[in-house]
Design a protein around this ligand. Sequence first.
Ligand SMILES: NC(=O)c1ccc[n+]([C@@H]2O[C@H](COP(=O)([O-])OP(=O)(O)OC[C@H]3O[C@@H](n4cnc5c(N)ncnc54)[C@H](OP(=O)(O)O)[C@@H]3O)[C@@H](O)[C@H]2O)c1
Length: 269
Amino acid sequence: MSCRVLLTGATGTLGTALRPRLCDAGREVVAASRSPPTDGGTDVEWTALDLVDGTGIRDIVADIDVIVHAATAPQGDTEAVDVRGTERLLEAAADAGVSNVVYVSIVGVDEIPYSYYEHKLAAERAVEESPVPSTIVRATQFHSFVHDILETIARVPIWPLPTGIRLQPIDVDEAAAAIADRATPDAAGRVPDVGGPEILTVRDLAETYREVRGLRRPIVRLPLPGSVAAGFRSGAACCPDRTVGTTTWETWLEDENRDRDRLAADANR
Ligand SMILES: NC(=O)c1ccc[n+]([C@@H]2O[C@H](COP(=O)([O-])OP(=O)(O)OC[C@H]3O[C@@H](n4cnc5c(N)ncnc54)[C@H](OP(=O)(O)O)[C@@H]3O)[C@@H](O)[C@H]2O)c1
């Protein structure tokens, strides 16, 4: 029997990794974005959906079996997108009789009082309280996310970093594989977390990054006061018992470096 899956956040880091996984699993994928690409290929059906103003939601959800909800706005109005937008999506899902809403969350949202995490937790609660059957899967930070932060820091000659913060980053493709497995009509409630293969401090992460990039910048400890930094230092963003991914930070960085060198060589040809 065919299973029609709506993927929100289909243009994002995770959404991009989820699209082929869902297709390979035989799902009929409706990929949603506020601005769907005009040349997005034929593997998935692209559609315009805006969680804030409601564009598209009800029409799209009407013939959907499963929703994988990966849209988010960490840099924007997280309450409007992640909380109110999720509630709007859930109302439409309830009216349409959707079998399973898979909500993607983050390890530690209930322990670290960072405003984005508080909104993710509020969204988790909305999912749990909705009459729609649901699955909540929390993941740790993606390697690419940690990498983007270090790329920004790397522009300055000295790297001031909260070195004691502990993370367990994961390859987004490995996270996507675990999340795509949940995109079935069988809702499972809160399922085990999805984390990377090793817990590393920000100092470890930055030193490996510096080595793989062949840089020589000094790393300086930036003391961060407050409960958010304390939460990250305590390891609340990690799930030591749930090392799902196998690609280490170092391996991921080396692959990324090779891709970058190849692109630079192609550009100079
Ligand atoms: N990044 C990480 O390290 C990480 C780790 C663990 C869990 N997660 C979770 O994984 C999920 C995906 O994260 P990500 O890093 O892939 O996010 P992302 O790259 O920032 O992508 C966000 C997606 O949300 C869509 N979006 C934003 N505002 C929207 C709106 N108003 N209406 C509809 N769609 C909207 C964007 O699409 P358009 O702009 O095209 O509309 C984009 O596809 C989130 O739930 C996040 O909390 C992320």
